[in-house]
Design a protein around this ligand. Structure first.
Ligand SMILES: Nc1nc2c(ncn2[C@@H]2O[C@H](COP(=O)(O)OP(=O)(O)OP(=O)(O)O)[C@@H](O)[C@H]2O)c(=O)[nH]1
Ligand SMILES: [Mg+2]
Length: 254
């Protein structure tokens, strides 16, 4: 086992950020493994990573028939062979300097450490308000279903103990929102409520380079994670955005 942590980074067409983020992580953390879970990028992402020649960096090309941000992160967590695995985005919105604080919390015995944004305003006012509202809505359903909630449940920066979460991932693979973006929220649906959750606060930034992948399907998939009534909400939101819900979820077509 090399080092204590694998940094799992889901990527799609991040050629402008991918080498920079690997270099930035390596400069501060000589022994962290870096695992890019790439969904068949059509740009020069692979070449950029290969040119780094870093033995602790892996560019994993995922099955093109099983694409999805959620699936990428969960599969990365399964592949990780270190004590902890942490996911973060490729575009520097999650500061590399925060990783040390998160790992320090894991070293104190946490099962899960959530990177908690001091503010979401880097997303702009409209998206920040939307994000906070959606999170409050999701939390309400988690409470009704007596599930574990955390602060910043929508966070894309968090670390897990692999031995605690690997069985959860393997046992529930088909139940996850595999194309969805709210991986932490999905994991909490199946996690033991007695687990030890720690937090690390950080300043959330703006995308460094490249273009956003956010699209109307993201909130639809987030609501779809919320059991029966969430699916009704997802259908309403799909209608609002002019998205064909049953094309997204053909198995639910009656
Ligand atoms: N593997 C994989 N990664 C993805 C996919 N879509 C987005 N990503 C990655 O997921 C991370 C988050 O995507 P972003 O485009 O930054 O989404 P966002 O942060 O909500 O949007 P911005 O605030 O505009 O950056 C980035 O590292 C993306 O490259 C996907 O379908 N598959
Ligand atoms: Mg981003």
């Amino acid at each position: 086992m090399t080092g204590s942590c694998t940094i799992v980074i889901p990527t799609y067409n991040e050629e402008k950020n991918i080498a920079n983020i690997a270099r930035a992580i390596r400069a501060e953390y000589p022994d962290f493994k870096i695992l890019f879970m790439d969904d068949n990028s059509t740009d020069r992402s692979r070449e950029e990573v290969e040119a780094l020649n870093d033995p602790l960096v892996t560019f994993y090309v995922r099955d093109p028939n099983a694409r999805g941000l959620g699936a990428s992160v969960l599969q990365g967590f399964e592949i990780a062979d270190t004590d902890y695995a942490m996911c973060m985005d490729c575009d520097f919105q999650h500061p590399v300097s925060a990783l040390a604080g998160i790992v320090a919390e894991m070293d104190k015995g946490a099962d899960l450490c959530v990177g908690q944004r001091n503010s979401r305003m880097a997303m702009g006012l409209k998206r920040t308000l939307g994000s906070e509202l959606v999170e409050a809505y999701c939390k309400f359903f988690f409470m009704i279903h007596r599930k574990q909630t955390t602060k910043d449940m929508m966070s894309g920066l968090f670390a897990i103990r692999c031995d605690v979460f690997r069985p959860i991932i393997q046992d529930n693979w088909d139940n996850f929102e595999l194309r969805g973006w709210k991986v932490l929220m999905d994991l909490l649906k199946y996690a033991d409520r007695r687990m030890d959750v720690h937090y690390y606060r950080y300043d959330f930034g703006e995308r460094a380079e490249g273009v956003s992948h956010l699209n109307p399907k993201v909130p639809i998939m987030t609501f779809h994670q919320l059991w029966g009534f969430g699916k009704v909400t997802a259908k309403i939101v799909a209608k609002m955005y002019g998205v064909d819900y049953y094309e997204m979820y053909p198995a639910e077509r009656k």
